[in-house]
Design a protein around this ligand. Structure first.
Ligand code: HEM
Ligand code: HEM
Length: 189
């Protein structure tokens, strides 16, 4: 079994958080953030559009980028479990941060499961960038469409709100506490 935790950060005497995420963890983090925000934005924009080619294009991009997110979230979780540097804060604040990150991972999992299911429950394949399709591994199950859609919709709002609070906390660390937490996730030397 590979070593899962290679680095547990603590506060140095200068009051800064030591340690840094590895390049792969940083790349996965920012790609995930970019994709989640784009996927949410596309869905909000197409909500204002009438049925037609523009709305169809945004939905097609949403599903294609969604498939990319599925791959990235799975790779990210595998990397976190089996190889990545993992950082933590000691004490109550650390436990809260860990719980917040855990909730974000759970919501991401909810999104990547319910997203494909939205199409597959309707008996449709997932079209990836108009290049190839991923057919449903399950028989069509129209009765699942409503509950799956409900979870996808509310988990999307939850992920945006919690990621927003998470980003605000990171900026608070950076600008108010000046303790180096944000820098651990920035690809700088
Ligand atoms: C965190 C990532 C994601 C966010 C924030 C997000 C957000 C949304 C929102 C707000 C909607 C519109 C409300 C609804 O119909 O439920 C939607 C619809 C949809 N999403 Fe996602 N989604 C994400 C990931 C995915 C993934 C990974 C897939 C599939 C690979 C996917 C596939 C779909 C489909 C098929 C629809 C319905 C589109 C249609 O009506 O044709 N989504 N998504
Ligand atoms: C949709 C957007 C985002 C999602 C889903 C997300 C998710 C996560 C998750 C799950 C972690 C835990 C990493 C781990 O230990 O495995 C994390 C860490 C982190 N994120 Fe985000 N994040 C998002 C956006 C942002 C933004 C916009 C910022 C900065 C403004 C940010 C700054 C950080 C920092 C600094 C850490 C490391 C925290 C620490 O070491 O305790 N994130 N993020």
């Amino acid at each position: 079994m590979p070593v899962a935790t290679r680095d547990i950060a603590g506060r140095t005497h200068a009051g800064r958080w030591s340690g840094r995420y590895d390049g792969l963890a940083i790349a996965f983090h920012w790609l995930t953030a970019l994709l989640v925000v784009s996927l949410f934005a596309f869905a909000q924009i197409w909500g204002f559009l009438p049925r037609g080619p523009a709305r169809h294009l945004l939905q097609g991009l949403h599903v294609s980028l969604g498939c990319l997110l599925v791959a990235i979230v799975i790779a990210r979780i595998l990397w976190r479990v089996f190889g990545s540097v993992r950082l933590s804060h000691p004490g109550m604040v650390g436990k809260l941060a860990q719980a917040g990150h855990g909730v974000l991972y759970l919501l991401l999992l909810a999104m990547i499961v319910t997203g494909p299911l939205k199409r597959w429950a309707a008996g449709q394949a997932l079209n990836v960038f108009w290049l190839f399709s991923i057919p449903s591994p399950l028989p069509a199950e129209p009765v699942l469409r409503a509950p799956v859609g409900f979870i996808h919709f509310w988990a999307a709002w939850a992920v945006i709100v919690i990621a927003g609070l998470h980003a605000a906390t990171a900026l608070f660390h950076h600008y108010a506490l000046k303790d180096g937490v944000l820098r651990r996730m920035i690809p700088l030397r």
